[in-house]
Design a protein around this ligand. Sequence first.
Ligand code: TIU
Length: 225
Amino acid sequence: MTVSISARPYEFVLDPKKVAFVIIDMQRDFLEPGGFGAALGNDVSQLRAAIGPIGGVLTACRMAGVFVIHTREGHRPDLSDLNGAKHRRGRFATRIGDAGPMGRILVRGAEGHDIIAELAPAVDEPVIDKPGKGAFYATDLEAILRGRGITQLILAGVTTEVCVHTTLREANDRGFECLVLEDGTASYFPEFHRVALDMACAQDGIFGWVAPSAAVISALSKGAE
Ligand code: TIU
């Protein structure tokens, strides 16, 4: 049974059996002091607003049996999957791979690389480790989604204009129908957040749809009835 979600630029017809909820990079490295986000010079407290809305949709997805996937941006401890351009970029004192208060910055296995406790993945929810901004680049995300017959994605996480937008664009070109969670995404720059959401659904949905978490939760509860 499909269910309509009130969204921009027009209603999104969600199929709970064909949709996946993709939670992007809700890691301590981006949301807590001393991680990668802070090393880039950002006020990391900006991102916490997305936690509650993502948690609400996550609970609704679990109750409705919707497939949930989590991603983490980060690199192998030997940094062999970190290209030089990404490593060199910026003029900051602390770089990817350097020691920080939560372990090595943006390195797999470090405490900072973990997903925040509030949104900890369940055992049956795949976690995709990605070296880039997009979740499809150099990962098995597409194979996992195709294997489950997924054709629609609800995208959430951080940051709106970087990893969420890159993944949205990659997914759009691969033929997935994407809905971005308006209050379940966040940026270090409020203006970028607002414009990134506008860009996603401009031109009558050039990349997809945008809707608040309440609309998605309400639709999922109807779909589960
Ligand atoms: N810097 C920034 O806004 N974002 C990232 O580096 N990665 C993600 O968005 N996950």
